[in-house]
Design a protein around this ligand. Structure first.
Ligand code: IMP
Length: 176
């Protein structure tokens, strides 16, 4: 099997999380933040980011699925697991692994805004601007990447590769 084509190393990802956490802390000051991780891809971002944010942080998760087992968007967005807590009057920071077409995030922003949070922002580790079909605001972006299918650091292909500490490009050979 060929070596993976590494796009972002573990060190690059962790250094970016230091920067993102510093920005978030500077922006929110002493306000309590509710991190809303979008399962399953954001699991490592939530874990590593939250540990950099100190004691004023709570964590909840939502699962929104737009992809089946395929490496392509179906355009259908469903809530598979809702939040456990009310977000009314709270400062919500949605944590995404990647924003691709933007459909999932646009839908989620709309849904969460109907629940009247005090504020709603989004942090995405990765963004593929060239793949965007729905324009959607992302307040904190880790890396803008080319329009390629990537895996690792939470991102999967058919549930594999999530546990890689680095992010690599899925090559044709891995699809077989
Ligand atoms: P969007 O609705 O097209 O923006 O897709 C968002 C979701 O699709 C992400 O949260 C991922 O779960 C998945 N996704 C999009 N691009 C990739 C990729 O390159 N690798 C793995 N999953 C991806």
């Amino acid at each position: 099997m060929a070596e993976p084509i590494i796009l972002l190393t573990e060190q690059e990802i962790q250094a970016k999380l230091d920067q993102l956490a510093a920005q978030v802390l500077a922006d929110y000051g002493n306000e309590e933040i509710l991190l809303v991780g979008v399962l399953k891809g954001s699991l490592y971002v939530v874990a590593d980011l939250s540990r950099r944010l100190g004691p004023n942080v709570k964590i909840d998760f939502v699962q929104v699925s737009s992809y089946g087992l395929e490496a392509k968007s179906s355009g259908i967005v469903q809530i598979r697991k809702d939040l456990d807590t009310s977000i009314e009057g709270r400062h919500v920071l949605v944590v995404e692994d990647i924003v691709d077409t933007g459909a999932t995030l646009a839908h989620l922003r709309e849904l969460l805004n109907t629940r009247r949070p005090a504020s709603l922002k989004v942090l995405a580790l990765l963004s593929k601007p060239d793949a965007r079909l729905t324009e959607v605001p992302i307040e904190y972006v880790g890396f803008e990447i080319p329009n390629r299918f990537v895996v690792g650091y939470g991102l999967d292909y058919a549930e594999r590769y999530r546990n890689q500490a680095f992010i690599s490009v899925l090559s044709a050979e891995h699809l077989s």
